[in-house]
Design a binder for this molecule. Sequence first.
Ligand SMILES: *Cc1c(COP(=O)(O)O)cnc(C)c1O
Length: 394
Amino acid sequence: MAKFQSVDELVEATRPVNPVYCIREDSIETSAAWFKNNFPGNILYAVKANPNEKVLKTLLKNNITDFDTATIEEIRLIKKIAPQAKTYFMHTIKSKESISEAYFKYNVKDFSLDSKDELDKILKATNQAKDLTLYLRIQASNEHAEIDLSKKFGATVYESSSLLRQIKEVANKIGISFHVGSQCMHPISYSKALKDVSSLIKKTGIEPNIINVGGGFPTTYPDMYPQPLINYINEIKKSFAKLNLKSKPALLCEPGRALVAESGSTVVRVELRKKQNLYINDGTYGSLFDAGTPQFIFPTKPIQLKKTFTKRLVPYSFYGPTCDGIDFMKGPFMLPSNIKQGDYIEIGQLGAYGLSLRTKFNGCYSDEIHDVCDKPLMSIYDADENENIRHLFG
Ligand SMILES: *Cc1c(COP(=O)(O)O)cnc(C)c1O
């Protein structure tokens, strides 16, 4: 890993043959500080968004020391890098072996669940431990999210009351959690979910020690303009105050995307142009998974080396390097009309779910990762940055 002042400098110096991933430490510093200053509770970083060691260490350096982990592999990774960090095991379906290892080897006490069978499994795998914090994950509406998690996870209203009562019998501390879906485009999803939490509390008379509002905090893309992040926090604060409980529960959140999306870019090279289709050297089996079927549009910037690009930007689609037809990214990606084979493109907003989704399909895999210090192509923390890209998408 080397450090460059900018992506342009990196490309100039190395002329990479394979895709290169860039990490911006400053951007993580900005997002971590923003959450620290504005979220009224504890912040758990959702490791799956980007488990790169540099990213994790930068978060740790900026006082994000709690981690939302979904697998024993993620727990091992965090404990290796930072033995003192606290990990929470927040996947609702875990193997009994991984629960035992987490509890007995890594001292993990926090587990989430959305079924009676999982509750029984956790108790058995921990030898009926008495010091557990158990989070009931309830189903939340994901109607405003780009990535829907609501069918796979969460107890229904019908199941929640009896599960919460069972948790109360055995847990040291009771948590209630939800996830409004990833890239949640409207803060109202959080207040709706908190209203469901409120009804559950009223119905059971059980007050949780902890409420976990999950992830879902958005970043910005060329065609997606969420409200300012502070509106999300205010919505959470407002609904939290309305709960009106005897003793105030602690609040947790688990952002992945919002903490790291802006920090990462992929630099690709155009290997061939067929009209408005660019065949590039990374794709949906690499860091551009979300540009495929989920059809995210990422911001793009041509890297100006000796060549001058025309000012006129036109829409392109991308094909990735593998032999599969679904290795296609519809876009539109706005780039100069005279772009051609051999040109480099920076694709931004890939710090979340970019690096972590790469595969080795067809032998296409790059692990070339460098630090850069220039600004991200877009930012939800600095809205003025985005106008030059947004106007292209009307
Ligand atoms: C994926 C996930 C997150 C992070 O979601 P983002 O949308 O990236 O913020 C948080 N909590 C859980 C349980 C998750 O599965």
